[in-house]
Structure formats: structure tokens, C-alpha cells
Design a protein around this ligand. Structure first.
Ligand SMILES: Nc1ncnc2c1ncn2[C@@H]1O[C@H](COP(=O)(O)OP(=O)(O)OP(=O)(O)O)[C@@H](O)[C@H]1O
Ligand SMILES: [Mg+2]
Length: 340
């Protein structure tokens, strides 16, 4: 499929193609692009229904196929990864679903327990703290901490305070835009307002990693339509400007094949009005006009996101039978890595 967008201008020192000065002279030194899947932590984010879970699953498959040990972490959702990969339903306990690929559907309660245990290592200490009635009541009434328990758990698997991580790569299939931003803001807030201690230290470590483009970043998923494109640009701005979280890749999902050349478009747009009401090809002409309009909207939306967001992007076509045939998600996972 032909790429629809235009390669955006790369800002100097952009982390996609590290332009650094040689340490012996001032000549710029071009190091190769860093591979998305060589990061330790990816946050797949976008508007509701645009294909975040599908993309997160595709990335997880691609990384596990490369021999990386991967955790796909879903955030308390109506999970459909099991449908995509034809496995048993995924619950709040980590399960292995493919070679090198584990998955979990985190819930605040289970994550809080696990996260608490990970921090407080000894079960007796954990019970004394987290089973305490007052502490539980406080945690329940603090949505930020619920969000942090899940994000913190995912972070811990990628970056424990000591020793080797359990996984080479953790991919978080994030909630939709606003909720995802709220969730990501939590460690930043904890870092700036919590009293010194374990919680703050941990949040600071997470902030450090989330801002480091060589270890972590966001993958933005969008559709080639006006509203999703505008929302994606706002999301990208909030991530980069407000939180300092790098956007590593943009995925434009469900891109239509371009059927009509530029010069054919005006012809098709005008055709229905030139035909008689009882023309035998009237239906066809209207279908042609609608398709041209969709292709025009798509081209504009792709140009809009690709011009505003300084990240490599990939385009995914519409895949028939995504939930019915596990081979389809394998094909999608390979297409994801072909950036424009
Ligand atoms: N490239 C594609 N081709 C065909 N169908 C797709 C494609 N991407 C996603 N879908 C379908 O679109 C629907 C939404 O996808 P998905 O569940 O991945 O979106 P989401 O962003 O995770 O949604 P939510 O915000 O509800 O979690 C699903 O039915 C999925 O099978
Ligand atoms: Mg989803």
C-alpha cells in the first residue's frame, strides 16, 4: 500500500535518529534508528476503539517472535486478546499465552496486592500495611493510587529496584485517551507531592524511565479520520509537552486502499448529479462518490497527524476476520514494524 502522509521534518537531536556531535570534533554523528521493540516499556494509547488492543497484541507478538520475553499488560478491561490469539480468557494472574509471551489483565485490587508485595517483599509486612483497615479505606478512596498500583506493577516487571527484570519488554494496553493521561500523570504527581519514602522513590524511578526515549515511550494509535486525528494530536502534545513522555511511533489503523487517482476524483464526485434519476448506474456512481470522499478525508487526516507528530509511523489496512483467524494478527504484527 502506498503511504499517504508526508514525512514530517525531523527536529535536530530528535531521538528517532540520534543526531549527536562526534566527541572528537564538531561533525554530526548519525547513529542508526533505535528499534521500537528494543525498549523496555511501551504504552499503547489512543482514542477508544481505534485499535489499541490489536496493536499492543501485534507488537507483543512481534517482540516475542524475536526472542524477547514479553509481558502484555491490559488495564482492567473487557479483554479480547484471548479472542485474537485463540487462548483461554486472560485474568488478573499472569499467564503464558505463547512462547516468550505472558499476559495479564490487571485489576486495581490484584495489582495493589502484588505491587504491595513487590515493594514490601515480606508477606507479614505487606499484610500489616496493606491489610490494615485504614490503609485499605484510604487506598480505595484514592483513584490515583489505584491507577498507580496497575501502572506501578507493570513498571516493576520492566524495572525492579534491584536485580534483573522479569521481562525484556512490558507493553501496556492503555485505557482510552483521557483515562490513559490521568493514569500516566499519577507518578508525576506522586513524585512532586508525596513525602520522601518508598512510594515517592518508586514514582521518581518510573518518571525517570517514562521520560527516557531509549527505555520507554508511547505508541499512538489512530484512525485516518478527522476526529481521531485531532484527538491524537492533542494526546501527543499532552504526552510530549506536559509529561515529557516521548512518542516513539504512530500507528494509523484501518487505512483504506486508495482506489482512485487524483484526476479521477472530480469526475466521480460530479457523476451522480449528471445522471438521470432512473439511470442504471446511479447506485454505482453514488458508491464511487462516497468512496472518493472517504479517500479524500483519509488523505487529509493522515497528512494532519504526520505533519504534527514527529515520530515514525506505520499504516495498517483493514484485516478481515481479525478475531476469527490467529494468522491474521500475525500478519498485522509484521505490518506494524514497517514504518513509513
Ligand atoms: N486493522 C484492523 N482491521 C480490522 N479490524 C480491526 C483492525 N484494528 C482493529 N480492528 C477491530 O476494531 C475493533 C476495536 O479494536 P480494539 O479492541 O483493538 O480497539 P481498542 O482501541 O483497544 O478499543 P477500546 O478503547 O474499547 O479498548 C475490534 O473489533 C477489532 O477487531
Ligand atoms: Mg482495548
Amino acid at each position: 500500500m502506498q503511504p499517504l502522509g508526508r514525512q514530517p521534518g525531523r527536529s535536530p537531536n530528535s531521538w528517532h535518529g540520534f543526531d549527536r556531535a562526534c566527541c572528537f570534533c564538531s561533525a554530526p554523528l548519525k547513529t542508526p534508528l533505535m528499534d521500537l521493540l528494543d525498549r523496555r516499556f511501551l504504552f499503547v494509547v489512543g482514542k477508544g476503539g481505534v485499535g489499541k488492543t490489536t496493536v499492543a497484541t501485534g507488537l507483543a507478538l512481534a517482540a516475542s517472535r524475536r526472542g524477547k520475553k514479553v509481558l502484555l499488560a491490559l488495564v482492567n478491561c473487557q479483554e479480547r486478546v484471548s479472542e485474537l490469539l485463540d487462548t483461554d480468557p486472560i485474568g488478573s494472574e499472569i499467564v503464558t499465552i505463547r512462547e516468550n509471551l505472558d499476559a495479564v489483565n490487571m485489576t486495581p485490587d490484584a495489582a495493589l496486592q502484588e505491587y504491595g508485595l513487590m515493594i514490601l517483599k515480606v508477606k507479614a509486612v505487606f499484610n500489616a500495611v496493606f491489610r490494615n483497615r485504614l490503609v485499605r479505606a484510604f487506598l480505595k478512596g484514592t483513584p490515583g493510587l489505584e491507577a498507580w498500583s496497575m501502572l506501578g506493577k507493570a513498571f516493576y516487571h520492566a524495572c525492579p529496584p534491584r536485580g534483573e527484570p522479569d521481562y525484556d519488554l512490558v507493553i501496556v494496553d492503555a485505557p482510552a485517551t483521557g483515562h490513559a493521561l490521568d493514569m500516566l500523570r499519577v507518578p508525576f504527581v506522586i513524585e512532586s507531592v508525596a513525602p520522601p519514602g518508598l512510594l515517592r522513590r518508586d514514582a521518581a524511578r518510573a518518571v525517570d524511565m517514562f521520560r527516557d526515549p531509549e527505555r520507554s515511550g508511547a505508541v499512538l494509535v489512530t484512525l485516518p479520520e478527522y476526529m481521531p486525528a485531532s484527538e491524537t494530536i492533542e494526546l501527543s502534545d499532552a504526552l510530549s509537552n506536559e509529561l515529557g513522555i516521548p512518542v516513539l511511533q504512530l500507528v494509523i489503523n484501518r487505512v483504506l486502499n486508495v482506489l482512485f487517482a487524483e484526476k479521477e476524483r472530480p469526475v466521480l464526485e460530479g457523476l451522480p448529479s449528471e445522471l438521470a434519476d432512473d439511470s442504471e448506474i446511479r447506485g454505482l456512481a453514488i458508491a464511487g462518490k462516497r468512496r472518493v470522499l472517504r479517500e479524500t478525508v483519509q488523505a487529509r487526516a493522515v497528512r494532519q497527524v504526520c505533519t504534527h507528530i514527529d515520530a515514525p509511523w506505520s499504516e495498517l489496512p483493514y484485516y478481515d476476520g481479525l478475531e476469527k483467524d490467529p494468522d491474521t494478527i500475525e500478519a498485522l504484527s509484521q505490518a506494524l514494524l514497517k514504518t513509513v
